[in-house]
Design a protein around this ligand. Structure first.
Ligand code: ADP
Length: 479
């Protein structure tokens, strides 16, 4: 591939697991470099120098200096952290603060988020144009709105033989909007502030900049790719997606099997077949203060937001409890939903509000089923963990959930391919019905065990998808 045997790729992401994670984007950004290596791509990852990142730095090198980077001086550091080849934009005036990567400690967006992530994108463009003395990428692969301006800056830079760019949409709901008066501060030329450019209803959209100016667009499942071209799911950008449909494709996320594998997971009692889950289930019930029950123990590990459809679960839960089922939920986010779930807590309903990586592993190992009733879901990772752990996914029929779960039906049971349950439309009534179907299946151990086997043997790692990204890079380089 590329000029040599190995293609040099710069990945640009605002969060990267295991260093800093708020959602699936971090898992993907963290897993891609190792996944791509066997396919002849070397990926270096550019991320912001948040305090968590700076603290995890051991030995490092300053590889570039930007004296004037969006209101202050910045340095580009190179370091290996957690096996990742990182480039870190150390810009204390933008990133050295408490709170999360996007939110202040009080929970509101930082007002200068447009500048913070424009700086990240601009640094990516500098690297693409040769800012580092001994390394230059052949491809720049951007993730979500936080890296959306990079394809724009690269497209508009004067450097000859510019580097091809890819942008991956992990969630179109986050568009990186900024008021038009920030145009100059964000280094955007007024000629590009048009409907064909990066203007979105009178505002600047960093995501749209990426969608318009990148050479290739991807999203994280084939079904979400099709959905994004419709008004129902495109969130106002469906026209842009349709205009670029010849350069747009869906590539499913995989899971990092080094971290998520029941045979080796250090957080659990390891197992290789569904029957090996029993010790984990008993431990999880104890952890949530629950007794044994006749029905399935359902788990949820999720951000609590409108997207995830968990308000529907509150309404549908009686259907599960009436059949002897149990619920253990780990999540945080919307305060109203947090409170509503806390009110549901009881002998068969365990609620943990917060973010807890270790507990998420124990829940995956100890649960019988994992519930993902999302209204939209670009790919979804927890149903993939569920498959791997023999924790059968019950999911809404949308996005990546539609692409990764094979619903139980007489035909799929007969062909021994069923791995879970899907419901549609995404309403409380149809979720309640699906929960009843789940309880029925659970009451038939022969079927349940077979489905666990099917689920645990379904490939959910990165191999196939990494090959598709590698092909895509190759095609771009051949142009
Ligand atoms: P999204 O990116 O929309 O939040 P995904 O399913 O793609 O959804 O990824 C969510 C990731 O975050 C998964 O790895 C999931 O295990 C993790 N996660 C979500 N909420 C929590 C939590 N409260 N505690 C631990 N891990 C969580």
């Amino acid at each position: 591939m590329g000029s040599g045997a190995v293609t040099q790729v710069l990945s640009v992401a605002s969060e990267v697991a295991p260093i800093l994670k708020t959602g699936g984007l971090a898992d993907v950004a963290g897993a891609l470099p190792a996944a791509l290596e066997p396919f002849g791509a070397r990926m270096r990852t550019l991320m912001p120098g948040y305090p968590q990142v700076m603290r995890s730095l051991g030995e490092h090198e300053v590889v570039a200096r930007f004296p004037d980077c969006f209101g202050g001086a910045a340095e580009l550091l190179a370091a290996e952290v957690a096996g990742l080849d990182l480039l870190i934009l150390s810009a204390p005036h933008l990133f050295d603060r408490g709170g999360g990567p996007y939110l202040s400690p009080a929970g509101s967006d930082w007002p200068d988020n447009p500048e913070r992530f424009a700086a990240l994108s601009w640094a990516a463009a500098q690297i693409a144009n040769g800012a580092i003395e001994d390394w230059q990428p052949e491809i720049v692969h951007c993730h979500d709105w936080q890296a959306g301006l990079a394809p724009y800056y690269i497209a508009r830079s004067s450097a000859a033989g510019r580097v091809p760019t890819v942008i991956t949409i992990h969630n179109i709901a986050f568009q990186g909007l900024a008021p038009a008066w920030k145009m100059q501060a964000l280094k955007i030329a007024p000629v590009d502030f048009t409907a064909d450019g990066l203007e979105y209803w009178g505002q600047i959209s960093a995501l749209k900049a990426g969608l318009v100016f990148a050479d290739q667009l991807t999203t994280v499942s084939p079904t979400y790719a099709a959905e994004l071209m419709t008004a129902e799911f495109g969130m106002g950008l469906e026209g842009v997606m349709r205009a670029r449909k010849d350069s747009f494709t869906g590539i499913l996320n995989g899971i990092d099997e080094a971290t998520w594998s029941p045979a080796t997971d250090a957080a659990i009692t390891t197992y290789t077949t569904g029957s090996g889950k029993a010790a984990n289930k008993a431990a999880l019930q104890q952890e949530f203060g629950m007794a044994e029950a006749s029905g399935p123990l359902c788990v949820v590990v999720s951000r609590l937001s409108e997207q995830k459809g968990l308000d529907l679960l509150i309404e549908a839960l009686p259907a599960l409890l009436a059949r002897g089922g149990q619920l253990a939920l780990l999540g945080s986010g919307d305060k109203g939903l947090e409170a509503a779930f806390q009110r549901m807590a009881g002998p068969n309903v365990g609620i943990r509000i917060g973010y807890d990586e270790g507990l998420s592993h124990r829940m995956m190992a100890g649960g019988d089923a994992i519930l993902v009733p999302s209204r939209f879901e670009p790919c979804g990772l927890t149903q993939l963990y569920g498959l791997r752990y023999g924790t059968l996914p019950l999911v809404a029929l949308t996005g990546g959930l539609a692409d990764t779960v094979i619903p139980a039906s007489p035909a799929t049971m007969a062909r021994e391919v069923a791995t879970g349950i899907q419901f549609f439309p995404v309403t409380a009534a149809s979720l309640a019905h699906a929960l009843e179907q789940l309880c029925d299946l659970y009451a038939q151990p022969e079927h349940w065990t077979k489905m666990q086997q099917n689920a645990m043997s379904q490939p959910v790692g990165w191999d196939q998808s990494a090959a598709r990204y590698a092909e895509l890079y190759e095609r771009l380089l051949a142009k």
